[in-house]
Design a binder for this molecule. Sequence first.
Ligand SMILES: Cc1ncc(COP(=O)(O)O)c(C=O)c1O
Length: 407
Amino acid sequence: MNPHVRRAGKRLRDLQTAGLWRQRLVRDGPAGRTVMLDGRPCLNFSSNDYLGLTTHPKLCEAANRAMRDYGNGSSGSALVTGYSRPLCELEELMAWHTGREAAVVFSSGYLANLALAQVFCQRGQVVLEDRLNHASLIDSARLAGCRLRRYRHADVAHLKSRLDALEPPAVGLVASDAVFSMDGDTAPLASLAQACGQKGVLLAVDDAHGIGVFGPAADNRGQGSVRAAGLDESAVPVLSGTFGKAYAAAGAFIAGPKLLIDLLVNTARTYLFNTALSPAQAAMAQAAVRISRTEDRHRQRLWTNVARFRRLAEAAGLPLGAATGPIQPLMVGDEKQAAALADGLLRHGILARAMRYPTVPKGQARLRLTITAAHEAEDVQTLVEVLAHLLPARIPSRQWSADHDPN
Ligand SMILES: Cc1ncc(COP(=O)(O)O)c(C=O)c1O
């Protein structure tokens, strides 16, 4: 056998032995309230479509109209021929929606975040990050040749001590998720902004899971976690977010002061060397943002479902975390147990994927449940009943704050 193929086979066997084998399930039809996987219908508790917009007719109409008027693909990089009118309008919409001077649209959140350290830091500068940040922010620092240093999860005192030890210009960037994708909790945004402001260090916040969902209490139109925390562009200069989650589309944005956005457009490698988002996807994202601003009923349904889930899960004694939003992880710990639990749920017609290393730290495997506006009351009840039936005794006591010393 070819030695490369033999080595690949051995690595895959090792993954299997460690309970880290990943298997894709083929989906037919939309991933809405239910999903058809490998020919089986399941209740869907693994979707990031928090507002349940994936089958919204206005999204389909917007995409169809754009395909009719602009063709299918974007045809090239935004700096060549890919910058279609719907894309340009989407940027203007996002700048306005997030209360910022300007915005640029990338073809994914991963690519948008990758650009941050490359554009805003120099090689060898330190990037300070929450240790539970999304992989795209971690990779951003690593791929830009920066020195990645992490502070304990949501621990601003620890961040400050690291900032004190490393005066600027040694530090190029502080980056944090706004809502942590695997834990569902929210970063202490105001304290982060204050700490960075005092030191004159650039702060970037990734609101992939907050945009569309959270907003100012007095007028929540999904403007995101930063606006919900009462912070503006001067406190959090760089804001990224994706259209692939609450907006049920694809692509992502970075919003902030115009000069920072212009610098991204001119120098971000993941922008320059990437085919632009298609006109249909841009039109779909625009429609989703507008719907989420004007049709508050989706967010209302989401909050009702989240509250229902937490009430029932607490009553059933399920090991819940502190998250109050749509991401509701159930900590298991052991990778194989988490995979077995997800398999058990699937046998009961419920999709809730297990998250294991490297998505989460080793020994902190969990079910990442997501509650959405698409669920009916009885769906949430069924989920809790089946979990209560499958869970007992097998799950050791939770270790939510298993924060080890960051590197
Ligand atoms: C916090 C966070 N940021 C960025 C991304 C990447 O976004 P995208 O899927 O648009 O690449 C994700 C998930 O996919 C995420 O959870």
